[in-house]
Design a protein around this ligand. Sequence first.
Ligand code: MD3
Ligand code: FE
Length: 206
Amino acid sequence: APIALDEGAWLLPGWAAAEAGRWIEGVRQVVAQAPWRVMHTPGGKSMSVGITNCGPWGWVSDASGYAYTATDPLSGQPWPALPEWFWTQARAAAAAAGYPGFAPDACLINRYAPGAKMSLHRDQDETDRRAPIVSVSLGLPATFLWGGLARTDRARRMQLAHGDVLVWGGATRLAYHGIHPLKDGVHSLLGSERWNLTFRMARAQY
Ligand code: MD3
Ligand code: FE
């Protein structure tokens, strides 16, 4: 059953765990076409996570800023297709959290090795902020940090485990959030890695 985290934000504990193999296989397919890469912030710092995308739109960051692009800048080709399994599962997770009709057109995939982190930020590059974001965590657990709508709001912390799904929409869709540096460990399916998929409606209307 979904657990309310904040206004409009829900945790579906372990929701993706039973079919983790299908999720992992999907990511491996994507990575075969669009390999993990390091992106740089507009400020010039390299991000510590490996990143790739699938679906009609992919999120990229470089010296000129953040953007959604239809093609992978590494290959010049369209981003790999969103596996049908991803689409139907992300849609079902959103519906389970009270957001029927979620139709993701972008899936950003992050890979964390021990020490990798994501600094406090907001996801505001999507055109229609009424759509939620669906996040699927796989592999090693991580400490998720989320604050309020102002950067200075006190941040809460929570463990995200293998198979956990977060659905973030509604009033706190633009909340600040991040991931603490990943602790070393070994996961039976992903070894010393954590993968996170975030499904978005980047351009589509919700
Ligand atoms: C809260 N990823 O890719 S997912 C990101 O685990 C990102 O890799 C983290 O933040 C990760 O942008 C956290 C959970 C998440 C995703 C989107 C949110 C939390 C959110 C949007 C608004 C508020
Ligand atoms: Fe984010």
